[in-house]
Design a protein around this ligand. Structure first.
Ligand code: NDP
Ligand code: MG
Length: 392
């Protein structure tokens, strides 16, 4: 076997996947790509296969997998084996030939493969926050019980990780300050939010991301999911997390200590920084990111989050307090609501309404088995879809 670190990238064709391959391409002496996965974007995965020549390429969609397989014939990557279906994602995430797994599928579809990576003791580079929101306790137990490593890719959580005490314990930590830009509607008149268009919602002021997380940033559900994500990652409760709106996205989050110190991580808003950090940890390596020029920074602003403008943030706090079932309902209904908004089926302001409806009767407590998690997920999706039909 090669002495290089072997990596599977789940969600290779997405925004995080592409940034991960960019970082890896700068360090091919250290890293080799074992598997790349996508859902339907054949051309994009084909180009990546030609460049990185992975052992496996997985496409969840069957027709796309067949197409990719044909396109690879006679190319420099004809040795790449094409697999199809969701089960194959778990196989390439847990293979004994893999060291690190980048979990960058969007939404609940990433849960089982991310969990498979944790259960097989990999270094899990977790971008797929929805997986942790759905399965928090189970996921963290899988990491611990299988001696896996969990490195957060979400820029805020990566910043918190970097600002925590050595050993990642809470000694001397007073609270976590989770920053967020406030998205594109931070200053928009609240009574005009119903008229927000898809193009306006996906145009994030500082970050270039996939559509789903861009809408989540516009509703601030992204920050809500991140509060829950931080609770699980750092073993704190939601009262120990203060959301700080910071429009410039220069400070990526901070940890406040009992002696009055605040430790922050700053940088240009470029996901290659947390990706390179998590690949190289505990070392550092070049990410292709320009270093911050303090003389170019005009100013750094900070505001309290506005729960009236951003009801999704309030709903996320409430769901986390209510327990694991409610967090699953929150995530599932949010996924349905965002997809419906992107399809032009509901208004921007109906996103929190759909979620609130689904949270209303979610069971109390926290599921301990994966089947219970998946059942609650599909139940909440059905409920959200039924609500959508009622509104039409
Ligand atoms: P994208 O939408 O850009 O990419 C999603 C990836 O997941 C694509 O490779 C896509 O394949 C694949 N995918 C989508 N649906 C499925 C499915 N049902 N089964 C298997 N694969 C699927 O998303 P992002 O890269 O923006 O985000 C990925 C994750 O990272 C999310 O959880 C997000 O919250 C998180 N994150 C992203 C950040 C960012 O800057 N983008 C920052 C912090 C966190 P295909 O291309 O074929 O559709
Ligand atoms: Mg983030």
């Amino acid at each position: 076997m090669s002495s290089k670190t072997s990596i599977t990238i789940l969600g290779a064709t997405g925004s995080i996947g592409v940034s991960t391959l960019d970082v890896i391409s700068r360090h091919l002496d250290q890293y080799t790509v074992f598997a790349l996965t996508a859902n339907t974007h054949v051309e994009k995965l084909l180009a990546q296969c030609l460049q990185f020549k992975p052992h496996y390429a997985v496409m969840v969609d069957e027709a796309s997998a067949q197409q990719l397989s044909q396109l690879l014939q006679g190319t420099v990557a004809e040795e790449t084996k094409v697999l199809q279906g969701a089960k194959a994602l778990e196989e390439v995430a847990s293979s004994e030939h893999v060291d690190y797994v980048m979990a960058a599928i969007v939404g609940a579809a990433g849960l089982l493969p991310s969990l498979a990576a944790a259960q097989s003791g990999k270094r899990v580079l977790l971008a797929n926050k929805e997986a942790l929101v759905m399965s928090g306790q189970l996921f963290m137990d899988a990491i611990r019980d299988n001696h896996a490593e969990l490195l957060p890719i979400d820029s805020e959580h990566n910043a918190i990780f970097q600002s925590m005490p050595v050993g990642q314990n809470l000694r001397g930590v007073e609270k976590i300050l989770l920053t967020g830009s406030g998205g594109p509607f931070r200053n928009r008149e609240i009574d005009t939010l119903h008229a927000v268009t898809v193009a306006e919602a996906v145009a994030h002021p500082n970050w270039d991301m996939g559509k789903k997380i861009s809408v989540d940033s516009a509703t601030m559900m992204n920050k809500g999911l991140e509060v829950i994500e931080a609770c699980w990652l750092f073993a704190v409760n939601e009262k120990q997390i203060q959301v700080v709106v910071h429009p410039q996205s220069t400070i990526h989050s901070m940890v406040s200590y009992v002696d009055g110190s605040v430790i922050a991580q700053l940088g240009n808003p470029d996901m290659r920084t947390p990706i390179a950090y998590s690949l190289a940890w505990p070392e550092r390596m070049d990410a292709g990111v320009e270093s911050l020029d303090f003389f170019d920074l005009a100013r750094l602003d900070f505001e309290q989050p506005n729960f009236e403008r951003f009801p999704c943030l309030r709903l996320a706090y409430e769901a986390h307090r209510a327990g694991g079932y409610a967090s699953i309902a929150l995530n599932a209904s949010n996924e349905i609501a965002v997809a419906a908004f992107l399809q032009g089926e509901i208004l921007f302001t109906q996103i929190p309404q759909m979620i609130e409806h689904c949270l209303a009767d979610s069971p109390s407590g926290t599921p301990t088995h994966i089947n219970e998690i998946l059942q609650q997920d599909s139940h909440s999706r059905e409920k959200a879809l039924a609500w959508k039909l009622d509104q039409a």
